[in-house]
Design a protein around this ligand. Structure first.
Ligand SMILES: Nc1ncnc2c1ncn2[C@@H]1O[C@H](COP(=O)(O)OP(=O)(O)O)[C@@H](O)[C@H]1O
Ligand SMILES: [Mg+2]
Length: 255
């Protein structure tokens, strides 16, 4: 169970203030908001990678606020791909990346897995996101953006943590691949609490229990039908929302 209490996120000044949410069963929550609203900051704060300005994050009753070590026993984060700089990365193959991450996650949870089990977990996670054996030995950094995104999702699946944070998981994936990955995320959310930041809420809509909309210092978290409406979106996206007869348009994102 995830409990967020009076949480204000940000750096020098708060980006979003007084977030209070309780998520007590597996589900998919889509996190939306304009660029710079604080979506990535929010996920990183949940993962303990950033200290909040105020408030607390509890997972299964454990205070994990600003503590990546403690949060890492429950949470896995797949980062936003565009935030990677090629110059900052170390050489690692696709297989090693998922295997290493999986081993570490299991260690953090205190679960012992044999080499054989580990191999099977990694294999099945990579296969489930459509990364075939021909790519397993390839450098992670020589993959296309979409392939790398899939590998990160595979690592999140293989880690088998109760909370999965996916930062823009569909952003660099081609349109057909997007449907496939959306389905993977949908099935993951049957057994995990999944937060996914997205610009196109439609892709994941049928799996989505709640939409969390961030912007201008505020947030709402409601069922999709109560948030994906012109009047609500306009409060967060301002003039970027255009309403047509049969659909709503946010900047270049269709809703
Ligand atoms: N390490 C940091 N130090 C200071 N400001 C930051 C840092 N990281 C992000 N920001 C700022 O915080 C705001 C929110 O960023 P972010 O959470 O990445 O937004 P989003 O993911 O919604 O696009 C932006 O204005 C960004 O420039
Ligand atoms: Mg972001």
């Amino acid at each position: 169970m995830l409990q967020v209490v009076n949480l204000s996120i940000g750096f020098d000044k708060p980006l979003i203030e007084d977030i209070n949410i309780v998520v007590n069963k597996p589900m998919l929550i889509q996190v939306m908001g304009p660029n710079g609203a604080g979506k990535t900051t929010f996920l990183k704060t949940l993962a303990g990678l950033l200290k909040p300005i105020k408030g607390s994050v509890y997972i299964n009753g454990v205070d994990v606020t600003g503590d990546a070590e403690k949060a890492g026993r429950f949470v896995t984060l797949s980062p936003q791909m565009v935030l990677f700089k090629q110059s900052e990365v170390f050489p690692i193959s696709v297989w090693e990346f998922v295997e290493f991450g999986t081993e570490l996650c299991h260690k953090k949870k205190g679960v012992v897995v044999s080499k054989d089990e580990l191999r099977n977990i990694v294999k099945s996670a990579l296969s489930s996101v459509g990364i075939g054996g021909e790519l397993w030995g390839k450098s992670l950094w020589k993959l296309s953006g979409g392939q790398r995104q899939r590998v990160f999702i595979a690592r999140a699946i293989a880690c088998d943590m109760p909370i999965v944070l996916l930062d823009e998981p569909l952003s660099s994936i081609d349109p057909e691949g997007r449907v496939e990955i959306a389905n993977v995320i949908g099935s993951l959310s049957k057994t995990k609490i999944v937060f996914a930041t997205c610009h196109d809420p439609e892709m994941l809509l049928k799996y989505t229990s709640f939409v969390m909309l961030l912007g201008k210092g505020k947030y709402v978290m409601e069922k999709p039908e109560n948030v994906l409406r012109g009047d609500v979106l306009r409060k967060f996206y301002g003039d970027a929302v255009i309403e047509f007869v049969d659909h709503i348009h946010v900047c270049d994102y269709h809703i």
